[in-house]
Design a protein around this ligand. Structure first.
Ligand SMILES: Cc1cc2nc3c(=O)[nH]c(=O)nc-3n(C[C@H](O)[C@H](O)[C@H](O)COP(=O)(O)OP(=O)(O)OC[C@H]3O[C@@H](n4cnc5c(N)ncnc54)[C@H](O)[C@@H]3O)c2cc1C
Length: 218
C-alpha cells in the first residue's frame, strides 16, 4: 500500500490540510533527517529523548547500550511515540501572532521489538552508518561479536504514522498587509563545514569518498 492507514490517533485535527499519509513522503522525511526524538513513559513520567535512527524498508531502527533505560523500556513493549523534524525556514509575519516555521515532520506511534538475530543486527549497524554518511560502512571496521552483543537494536514498524508539512510565506491578517515591516521566509538547511581530521590521524590518510563533500539528502 502506498498510503498509510489513518487511525484515530494519527488523524490530524489541527491543520489537516498540512498532513500526509503518503508512504513515500514519510520515508523521504525519515531518510533525510539524522535524529529522532523518542517519547515513552516510565512510572507515569513521560520522557522524550533524542537518538540516531535509520529506516530500512517499513521499519525504523534505533540502537544503543544494553544499559539504556529508554531501550529497556521499549524492549519491554512500552507504547512509543517517535518524532522526526526537518526545519526548513523561519516564517516572519507582519504580526507577532502569525510568525511560524516551515517544516516537514513525522510522528510514528507503536511498539518496538528487539532484534536478536545477529545478521539483522549487523544489517541495522551498516544501515545506521550509511544513514549518517553514505559509503561509511565500507570504510571502517565493522562491529565484532562482543560489540554486537553489547548493543541493543530495536525495530518499530512504520504503520501508524503521519507526516505534516508547512511550506510557503507567512499568512497574515488582511489588515496587516499594509504594514511597513518586512515579512517573508528565512530558509534554513543543515550544512556540513569542512571535516576536521582526528589529531591522531596519520597525515597520509586522505578524506574518504563519503566526505568529498559531505552532504545531506534533499
Ligand atoms: C518545527 C515545528 C514548529 C511548530 N510550532 C508550533 C507552535 O509553535 N505551535 C503549535 O501549536 N504547533 C506548532 N507546530 C505543529 C505541532 O507539531 C502540532 O501539529 C500542532 O501543535 C497540533 O497539535 P495537536 O496535538 O492539536 O495535533 P492533532 O492534530 O490533534 O494531532 C493528531 C495527530 O496528528 C499527527 N500530527 C500532529 N502534529 C504532527 C506533526 N507536526 N507532524 C506529523 N504528524 C503530526 C499525529 O499523528 C497526531 O497524533 C510545529 C511543528 C513543527 C514541526
Amino acid at each position: 500500500m502506498s498510503t498509510l492507514t489513518v487511525t484515530p490517533r494519527t488523524r490530524l485535527v489541527r491543520r489537516p490540510d498540512r498532513g500526509s499519509f503518503d508512504r513515500a513522503t514519510v520515508h523521504a522525511i525519515l531518510d533525510e533527517a539524522l535524529i529522532c526524538h523518542v517519547g515513552f513513559e516510565v512510572d507515569g513520567q513521560p520522557y522524550v529523548l533524542p537518538t540516531v535512527y535509520v529506516r530500512i524498508e517499513e521499519h525504523l531502527y534505533v540502537h544503543g547500550s544494553v544499559g539504556s533505560r529508554m531501550l529497556r523500556s521499549l524492549r519491554e513493549g512500552a507504547q512509543v511515540c517517535v518524532t522526526v523534524t526537518l526545519l526548513d525556514g523561519l516564517v516572519l509575519a507582519r504580526s507577532a501572532f502569525h510568525h511560524s516555521m516551515n517544516y516537514r515532520s513525522v510522528v510514528l506511534l507503536g511498539r518496538a521489538q528487539e532484534v536478536t538475530e545477529l545478521p539483522e543486527k549487523r544489517r541495522a549497524f551498516d544501515a545506521l552508518l550509511e544513514h549518517i554518511a553514505p559509503g561509511r560502512s565500507r570504510e571502517v571496521r565493522p562491529a565484532d561479536d562482543l560489540e554486537t552483543r553489547a548493543t541493543t537494536v530495536l525495530r518499530l514498524p512504520i504503520e501508524e504514522a503521519s507526516a505534516k508539512i508547512r511550506t510557503g510565506p507567512p499568512i497574515d491578517d488582511e489588515r496587516d498587509y499594509a504594514l511597513g515591516c518586512w515579512a517573508g521566509v528565512v530558509p534554513l538547511a543543515l550544512t556540513a563545514a569542512q571535516p576536521i581530521a582526528d589529531p591522531a590521524l596519520p597525515a597520509a590518510i586522505p578524506l574518504p569518498p563519503s566526505l568529498q563533500p559531505y552532504r545531506r539528502l534533499r
